[in-house]
Design a protein. Structure first.
Length: 148
């Protein structure tokens, strides 16, 4: 499996850093993937948002939050991930798909899929809606777990 062709959305990345039902499947996938695995700037922002939410909801404490952030940053620095920027092409593509009203995509999910499309990558997600929408839009997608 070539990591250059895999894009993890946030729903697939989070279980790698916190125990969730799909954690083992994500770990197995990443252990077999050839780095770097593609992420976007959007994934980084959503990761920070999730950690903040977990902390606010008392699901994790500050030391656990710092550990997750530091581990993620070390993984990114080590070359496990290649974080790609979002550009106007991604926004225009997402807008086009949303305007077609053929999927149940929401804004940020459409942007993730637009990233996959422009990077020529396979979407890896734990979100049923994103998985189905990617298929409808002609993108290769792998569903892990299957929430949402």
């Amino acid at each position: 499996m070539n990591g250059d062709n895999i894009y993890l959305d946030t729903s697939a990345l989070l279980p790698y850093y916190r125990e969730e039902p799909s954690s083992r499947q994500v770990e197995k996938l990443l252990s077999k993937a050839q780095p770097p695995v593609l992420l976007s700037d959007l994934t980084r922002v959503e990761m920070a948002s999730a950690i903040a939410r977990w902390t606010r909801m008392n699901e994790i404490d500050e030391s656990q939050a710092a550990l997750i952030e530091n581990t993620f940053e070390q993984d990114a620095q080590s070359g496990l991930y290649l974080v790609r920027p979002l550009g106007s092409t991604h926004y225009r593509r997402a807008e086009k798909w949303l305007s077609a009203r053929k999927t149940a995509l929401r804004t940020l999910d459409a942007l993730h899929i637009a990233c996959c499309w422009s990077f020529g990558a396979k979407l890896v997600t734990c979100d049923n809606v994103m998985h189905k929408a990617a298929g409808m839009l002609g993108l290769e997608s792998m569903l892990i777990g299957g929430a949402g």
